[in-house]
Write a new protein. Structure first.
Length: 98
């Protein structure tokens, strides 16, 4: 991977001689911190059969739904508003803590 990065840096330096690879900010990896973890969300949702509810949402929809739309409907059925930060956790796969 480092060899590929070095090759890309070389190509960029040909077109932008003043560009320095070390000066570029590093991208942050991983998820940003959220107000609620996946475990807390599971406590909130409780014993809901997530698969069954998701299939019910998709069956009753009048058109195909995106993951975000399905998560929003799932949240609405649990009493969450659209601007609640927990809605973003519903449509994402769980993160396994090390």
């Amino acid at each position: 991977m480092q060899a590929q990065i070095a090759a890309v840096d070389k190509v960029i330096s040909i077109y932008e001689p003043e560009w320095k690879p070390d000066e570029q900010p590093r991208k942050r990896r991983g998820r940003p911190p959220t107000a609620m973890s996946g475990k807390e969300l599971d406590k909130f949702i409780g014993g809901t059969n997530k698969r069954q509810m998701t299939l019910e949402i998709l069956r009753t929809a009048r058109r195909p739904l995106s993951t975000a739309e399905c998560a929003q409907e799932f949240a609405t059925r649990h009493g969450l508003s659209g601007d609640d930060p927990r809605v973003a956790l519903i449509g994402k796969p769980p993160v396994v803590d090390p």
